[in-house]
Write a protein that binds this ligand. Structure first.
Ligand SMILES: Cc1ncc(COP(=O)(O)O)c(C=O)c1O
Length: 480
């Protein structure tokens, strides 16, 4: 098995001008962040050691939110679908939808909506967020709001969706369970509705799908019954079929293989229910979380659109519009955490310990809970020799380490540790939501200052959000 490439993998200095990926590159021994297709670069170490235009140097640790990357990733995916649609003569449209569970921060939702994405949600507070965005004029009437997740009759979420319909007509509840239809029916309001089919996992045949052990979606029998209820309901219309098969699926052929049974069922359902027009493959679109990532988006979209064309032609139904609910893909790369190496410890362990001034496990919990890899690079001394090291967080927890246990990926950092700062990149999806915002963290470490970076007319703009003070943490724990 190949091991994930999480950083620089040599003892020699990084060559001048080296590009690690399309937004991180070496310049004058420092790591610079830049927007793809722009000459604007941000010297990350200068946030601590100088003044990049923020007005002062900032404290470590520091969280970076880099909004241009969100827009760029949305634009790139739209372009891929447009190019492949033109190439294969696909007649349906593509609907880019942001799955807000990946990161529900205001600046993120504002950015995805500003980039023209549709919106996907999963809970009652999400509905409140959508309503606020409607009131602010950011969630426009033509944008679909896809309501996934469990919403049993009488639940806060179900009731809130019914109310949202009055603020935003283009609200589309996706049925998880048959009991969710009754509140929509009795509301008397006109709803376009989606049906989610149980499919999650490596299930490639209908028989396997039926047996899949998943709490999400309807089985086949439930799906057909739900579709018939909807067509009998005077105020409900079946518009969308939802078939999600996994997350971070890095093999295009495997991704398509998992989707194929759903494409077949879409076509059969469409034959009987002519208002059905959207095939929603949910999440799963992968994104670079390490430096060895190599996914051919064009190839995957070509496989998907041609499979839809072939299957729909076989059933003599029109091809659907295609929707993806992009969570990780949209937000992973816009988030980074920067730390200072505050101590180096050589205690006979197999590699020297570099201790950071924060916590790995509470800043991006998936590294500890799922052994997830993220990109880790120095911000200073890139033009000097490196050595293999291990990183330790400042908590007293033996799992607060990187590379994660039981990874075999080597981590190399500069031998020079004076003013050595490092960054973890591609941590913008799910990590903050899982670790929690504010609150009290492991070993009562206060939350870092956050810097939101945007770009306007070719110039960076900065917004600083204060971190937690020790007083905030104490008050949160009841020490008033
Ligand atoms: C219904 C639904 N849609 C979309 C997503 C986003 O998935 P991803 O982050 O893989 O894009 C999820 C993630 O759990 C989901 O449950």
């Amino acid at each position: 098995m190949t091991q994930a490439m999480i950083g620089w993998e040599a003892e020699t200095a990084v060559p001048a001008g080296h590009r690690f990926n399309d937004y991180l590159r070496e310049k004058n021994g420092r790591l610079h962040l830049h927007t793809p297709h722009s000459d604007n670069t941000l010297d990350l170490a200068d946030l601590f050691l100088g003044d990049v235009g923020v007005g002062r140097s900032l404290p470590s640790p520091l969280e970076i939110i880099y909004l241009p990357l969100i827009r760029q990733r949305i634009e790139r995916m739209r372009q891929v679908f447009a190019e492949v649609s033109a190439e294969v003569g696909y007649n349906g449209r593509f609907h880019y939808t942001y799955a807000s569970k990946a990161n529900a921060a205001e600046e993120v939702i504002r950015t995805t909506l500003g980039a023209g994405a549709h919106h996907e949600m999963s809970s009652t507070v999400d509905v409140d967020i959508a309503r606020l965005m409607v009131q602010r004029g950011l969630l426009q009437p033509d944008k679909m709001v896809i309501c996934n997740g469990f919403k049993p009759a009488g639940s806060l979420y179900s009731n809130n969706i019914l109310r949202l319909k009055d603020n935003h007509a283009n609200t589309i509840p996706v049925i998880e369970d048959l009991g969710e239809i009754a509140p929509l029916l009795t509301s008397g309001k006109r709803f376009d509705v989606g049906l989610r089919q149980k499919s999650y996992g490596h299930n490639t045949t209908e028989a396997e799908m039926e047996e899949a052990n998943s709490r999400f979606g309807l089985n086949l029998d439930g799906l057909w019954r739900a579709a018939d209820y909807l067509s009998a309901a005077p105020n409900l219309t079946l518009k969308l079929y939802h078939y999600m098969v996994g997350s971070q699926l890095t093999d295009p052929d495997d991704f398509l293989g998992r989707l194929k049974p759903g494409i077949e069922i879409y076509a059969r359902l469409r034959k009987r229910h002519p208002h059905l027009s959207i095939f929603d493959f949910g999440g799963g679109m992968p994104v670079a979380m390490t430096l060895d990532f190599n996914f051919d988006y064009h190839h995957f979209v070509r496989l998907l659109l041609t499979a839809l064309q072939e299957t729909c032609a076989r059933y003599d139904v029109p091809v659907p519009d295609v929707m993806g609910e992009f969570g990780r893909y949209t937000t992973s790369e816009h988030g980074a955490h920067l730390f200072k190496i505050m101590a180096v410890k050589e205690n006979g362990s197999k590699l020297p310990w570099y201790i950071i001034d924060g916590s790995i496990m509470s800043s991006f919990p998936d590294s500890w809970a799922l052994s997830e890899h993220f990109i880790c690079l120095p911000l200073t001394h890139l033009n000097q020799p490196f050595q293999q090291v291990q990183l330790g967080g400042i908590t007293c927890d033996s799992d607060d380490v990187y590379p994660p246990k039981p990874s075999h990926s080597p981590l190399y950092l500069p031998i020079e540790t004076d003013d050595l700062y490092i960054g973890f990149f591609s941590v913008g999806a799910y990590q903050e939501m899982l670790g929690g915002v504010k609150g009290s963290k492991h070993c009562v470490l206060p939350e870092a200052v956050e810097l939101i970076v945007d770009e306007e007319n070719g110039r960076f703009s900065f917004q600083i959000l204060p971190g937690q003070t020790p007083k905030d943490v104490l008050a949160n724990l009841g020490y008033t």
